[in-house]
Design a protein around this ligand. Structure first.
Ligand code: ADP
Length: 177
């Protein structure tokens, strides 16, 4: 756990679809028409109206984010962002991943979101090395918070203990230094 200004940042092992936050972030693909992993879980939990709204959005470029309602989810909104596919690191993957976190937080601010949960974007089938992805996630969120004092809670939702340990390490490194 780490506190920056008014905002508590924490990591948890949890299914992101169960979280009672204003917005959950979806690690989507450019079509925004559903997929596997966390994307599939979010669409299953939200119900078919989510896909109907996504069909009106004309997709989303890598590194960008778009907002929808949360439908049957406990979260009011879903922020769909498209992480980069890892291709060795020389194709701007790191800056595109950082852009996902920044654009998601911009969407959140536009919707007056006070609490938000992120999955480990690009760390599944998109194969981004998780240690580096978690560093980028934590640093980008911390940097963006100084521009957005209205956010009160950020949750990094982890699928397993190994991912949780990465976030805990990054958060405690910044808490102590
Ligand atoms: P990407 O295509 O961006 O790599 P994935 O959905 O394949 O996205 O994986 C992103 C991360 O989300 C992985 O760490 C995966 O273990 C995790 N994940 C999958 N389902 C859930 C869920 N229901 N809640 C939280 N995290 C999840």
């Amino acid at each position: 756990m780490l506190t920056i200004g008014n905002c508590r940042i924490e990591a948890q092992v949890v299914d992101i679809t169960t979280l009672h936050v204003d917005a959950i972030v979806n690690a989507a693909n450019t079509s925004l028409l559903g997929g596997g992993g966390v994307d599939g879980a979010i669409h299953r939990a939200a119900g078919p109206d989510l896909l109907r709204e996504c069909q009106t959005l004309n997709g989303c470029p890598t590194g960008d984010a778009k907002l929808t309602a949360g439908y049957r989810l406990p979260a009011k909104h879903v922020i769909h962002t498209v992480g980069p596919v890892w291709n060795g690191g020389a194709r701007d993957e790191a800056s595109l991943l950082a852009s996902c976190y920044r654009c998601s937080l911009e969407c959140a601010r536009a919707a007056a979101v006070k609490s938000i949960a992120f999955p480990a974007i690009s760390c599944g089938v998109y194969r981004f090395p998780p240690d580096e992805a978690v560093k980028i996630a934590v640093q980008t969120v911390i940097d963006a918070l100084s521009a957005d004092p209205s956010l009160e809670r950020v949750v990094f939702a982890c699928f397993d203990d190994a991912m949780l340990a990465r976030y805990e390490r990054e958060l405690s490194a910044r808490a102590s230094g």
